[in-house]
Design a protein around this ligand. Structure first.
Ligand code: NAD
Length: 471
């Protein structure tokens, strides 16, 4: 079993003495995999000091020179891509083939795409007699979750570094291996000391970073519950915050749309990474008269989702991260059963492998709009189907949760789909199965957060415009 007991501060690995240890298990076998030692407030302070010391030299480099480091980091990560994909698959539960593509190759491409923004982004602009310079915000605390560990880190750290900020990263302690590869990549890329500091810790270390007076911005991805606390603390010092939080995203199937295609795509989105995806489509909103046909397509689509060993060539759904996550999901299933929702597939008693934190892909129909299942993030493989009588009602249902991260519209034609998309309060809306665009802004309305990641929008989060008026 691996022992992880170090921070990466001021360009060097520093071992952690004492402190709590968190044991991370293999999600599919439950075998112990990694013991992670957690640091505390003193480590947060040391990391912030290192980032502060490195800030001046880093921000005086040209954006192009900073971009070269991002490219070197991408190359170093690429040289470790197979191990990264396997580690993330074992910790988080995502099938290996998908892990390679989504958890590893996509973030590596994002490091490179962010580097390319150095050529396009106007760090200096002229507005009449004002010269506007886009100054880096300052030291950034980046706090990330476990479900797409490298992806979430990349979405913050790459643009922050390109903007000229120095960073203290506190990744999730529950999926720690990606961080080890990132530390090795920083060393291989010869990133200047203190530019990116990586600390091992949990809530206490995270909270110490958020309240540190020399941190100027907190970029947080995680649950809405923790995000609220983080934003409230950060407000005390008027720190800038960027919040990527939870979701309860809906697919709206309009009359005349290809129902079978919509169902297949919704099932794929909802059950990706065992439902441990912030933007998962966890609600399917269909016309009442289409419900019987929809039900049949759902049964068929879920039956095709092979559950099992994440290393298996045909596996589409692996386990959840941990027993704690499985229990959370089971609590939702028990409530749905008690309420008597129409169980279309799966359920708490559906067969799953004897070992590993598995939950069978589950679908409930006729889920009322005021139920917990229709409103709360489950973070497991559970889809809720809701019925509408009019298109206005479908839009109201889609907008009817406190969240607003993503949505999908299925329509007979793209123009109709786009019109309905414009009525949805969600940060990302896909029409008729259009694919993810990493250069488009990603983020949420409502309790899904504030601020955006992705492309130029993600970079803008990390700069302060400074207007200099010239006579
Ligand atoms: P979490 O909120 O429990 O933890 C996120 C991070 O915050 C972790 O690093 C954790 O150690 C840290 N943390 C915990 N308490 C803290 C505190 N008081 N102060 C500072 N930091 C603290 O979330 P999680 O369980 O790791 O991740 C799952 C959640 O993340 C889901 O709700 C999911 O929707 C959300 N998420 C959102 C996006 C997005 O882009 N919108 C992406 C991925 C995940």
């Amino acid at each position: 079993m691996k022992q992880l007991s170090e921070h990466y501060i001021d360009g060097a690995r520093r071992s952690i003495e004492g402190g709590e240890v968190v044991r991370v298990l293999d999600a599919a076998t439950e075998a112990p995999r990694v013991d992670v030692r957690l640091g505390g407030a003193a480590d947060a302070d040391a990391a912030v000091r290192a980032a502060t010391k490195a800030a001046h030299a880093w921000q005086t480099l040209s954006p192009g020179a900073r971009a070269q480091y991002l490219l070197a980091l991408a190359d170093a990560l690429e040289s470790r891509a197979s191990e990264l994909a396997e580690d993330i698959s074992r910790e988080v539960g995502m099938p290996l083939k998908l892990s390679r593509r989504i958890q590893v190759d996509a973030p590596i491409a994002a490091w490179r795409a962010t580097a390319a923004l150095a050529d396009d982004f106007a760090f200096v602009r002229q507005v009449a007699h004002s010269r506007i310079t886009m100054a880096p915000v300052g030291v950034v605390a980046a706090i990330t979750p476990w479900n797409y560990p490298l992806h979430q880190i990349t979405g913050k750290v790459a643009p922050a570094l390109l903007a000229g900020c120095t960073v203290v990263l506190k990744p999730s302690e529950l999926a720690p291996s990606a961080t080890q590869h990132l530390i090795a990549a920083c060393e291989a890329a010869q990133l200047p000391a203190g530019v990116l500091n990586i600390v091992s810790g949990g809530a206490a270390l995270g909270a110490a970073l958020v309240s540190h007076p020399d941190v100027r911005m907190v970029s947080f991805t995680g649950s809405t519950a923790v995000g609220r606390k983080v934003a409230a603390t950060a407000a005390g010092d008027m720190k800038r915050v960027s919040m990527e939080l939870g979701g309860k995203s809906a697919a709206v199937v309009l009359p005349g749309a290809d129902l079978q295609k919509a169902v297949k795509a919704t099932v794929a989105s909802c059950f990706l990474n065992s439902g441990q995806t912030c933007s998962a489509t966890t609600r399917l909103i269909v016309a009442r008269e289409a419900y019987p046909e929809c039900r049949a397509w759902l049964e068929q689509a879920v039956a095709a989702m092979t559950l099992g060993d994440p290393a298996g060539a045909n596996t589409r759904i692996g386990p959840l991260l941990s027993a704690t996550q499985r229990e959370r999901v089971h609590a939702h299933l028990a409530e749905a059963e008690r309420a008597g929702f129409d169980r279309i597939a799966g359920g708490p008693d559906a067969p799953v492998p004897a070992h590993g934190f598995f939950v069978a892909p589950t679908v409930y129909g006729n889920v009322p709009a005021d139920s917990r299942l229709a409103n709360e993030e489950v973070f497991g493989p559970v889809l809720a189907v809701q019925c509408y009588d009019t298109v206005e009602e479908a839009i109201a249902l889609a907008n009817g949760t406190p969240y607003g991260l993503a949505a999908t519209v299925w329509a007979a034609d793209d123009a109709t789909g786009a019109r309905v998309a414009d009525a949805l309060r969600a940060g990302q809306v896909d029409v008729n199965g259009a694919r993810f665009n990493p250069a488009a802004p990603f983020g949420g309305f409502g309790l899904s957060g504030m601020g955006r990641e992705g492309g130029v929008f993600g970079l803008e989060e990390f700069v302060e415009p400074r207007a200099v008026q010239l006579p």
